[in-house]
Structure formats: structure tokens, C-alpha cells
Ligand binder design. Sequence first.
Ligand code: FES
Length: 302
Amino acid sequence: MAEENDSKETAEGSDKKVGAVMVVGGGIGGMQASLDLADSGYKVYLVERGPSIGGVMAQLDKTFPTNDCAMCTLAPRMVDCGSHFNIEKLAYSEVEEVEGAAGRFVVRVRRKARYIDEDKCTGCGECVENCLVRNLAYLEPALLPEIDLDVSMRGKVDEILDRYDGGQEVLVPILQDISEEFNWLPADVLVRISQAKRIPIEHIVRIATFYKSFSLVPRGKHIITVCLGTACHVKGAGRILDRFERELDIKVGETTPDMQFTLQGVRCIGCCGLSPVITIGDDLYGKLNAADAVALLDRYKD
Ligand code: FES
């Protein structure tokens, strides 16, 4: 829905583009309408009831019927709306009253309190993390339970920790090294990192669960990743995955009992020209059929 608040010139019939437009609703439709209008030279007020633009599409993984990535469609428009000099975003706001007629509307908008300084906020999320109203009190690393790491494991973990000076800023490289050493991230090791680097354990778990390359459960020596993105899907990635499941007698996400292979799926590895694509450890294989794919297992079996 869009309402115009044109200047006198427009109301009198001049075709010179002046005036302002209000777009109500910051979903994908509202954002696209705002961008089109702003590119045409209009000043646009984009009103959104929620705290951020994006709408329902931001909650979706894929769109129907093309199965395209929802965020890939949405994110560029969010960025454009955020930086367009002709668009003023009124998030966390609601239209209360509309008066006037076509060509001269007066709209009253209620802006809800955001409890932040919008000019200074960078969207880092630190305030949410440390909110004393919504969160339990911060748990000092020293109060975490005693951990039970055997001597050799503790030695390897401490050796990795000694490679990096600093706190949260070196967490990802530490987790990468731990993952490379043990092939997964044991819970006791995460507690050890928390105590040694004085990083809140909840922050470590959040990072460890965010990246697909980290695992909180033991994984096999060789990780088989079958790309199930659109390009690979249409070239038969599903058949390859089925064949691996039958050959290894495990389901996707599981590990063989001898801890040799872990099977996982991923959405696009970035080599769509080679589809269908799989990786085994650091090795990438493309343009495979199901029979060729399972034949590769012989190269990795002990
Ligand atoms: S869809 Fe498989 S590599 Fe892109």
C-alpha cells in the first residue's frame, strides 16, 4: 500500500517528479516498491511494524516454486534500502492516522522506543548479549564445572591455545585448529577454551554451532559432503546421496561405526559448473554419477 504526499506542483498536474511517498510494510514487496520509487526520484518513507525490514521472507530458507535461496533474494534489497539516500526507514513504527486526499495526505506515525542511540548502533548485538533484564547474570569462566581432559588431550589443547594471544577475536582460529586436531569439538575442550581465554561459554557454543565446518559430535576420519544445491540437485545429487547411504549403511548426518566416514549434505559448494559435486575431506570431485562416487570410497578406506 502506498500513499503520496505530493507537493502543490504535482497536485496541479505538473509531471515533474516531486513529493514524498509512504510505503507501509517492509517485506520483500514493500522494499522493492520503495527501491523503485526512490530510484524514480521520490522521497520514500518505509514504515515497518517490526524492529527490522525483511518481513516473513527473512524467516524462510527457500522460495517456492524455484527453490531459490530466500536470503539471496532478500539481502541485496535490504542493503539497498538501508543505504538508499531517498529512503527513510521507520522500523518499529505503526501508522496511526491518515488524513487528507490523494495528492495531499497527512500521516501520523507512532515510532516505538528502541532504547538505543540509532546514530551510534552498529547492529553488533552486544547489548542483547549483555542485557541484564533478559539474560541470566554472566557466569565467570572460573565458576564453570571441573573438566576431565586426559593429559595428552589437555597438552594438545593448551599447545593450540598458546599459539594465539587475545580473547574473542582469536576464537575462530582456535576452534579451527581444535577441529583439525580432533575432527570435532568436544564439550570439555570448549570449557577449557572458556577458562583459559576468559570467553563466555555461551559465546563459544554460539560460534561453534554457527559454522557448518564445526561439529559438536564425533565425526569420521573422512567427511563426505554431497552438494544438494539447485545445480547439483538437477544433475542427480539426490541419487548420489542415496547411493552413499546404502553403501555405507548410514543416513545423512551419521558416521559409520568404524569412525571412517561421516556423510553430510550441503547447499552449494560454489562449483556449480562441475555439478553434481561432492567433497571427501579436502578433495573435490565433480561431474560424477552415483557409481563413480561410491567407487571413490576405496581410495579412502584403511
Ligand atoms: S549447487 Fe552444487 S556446487 Fe553449487
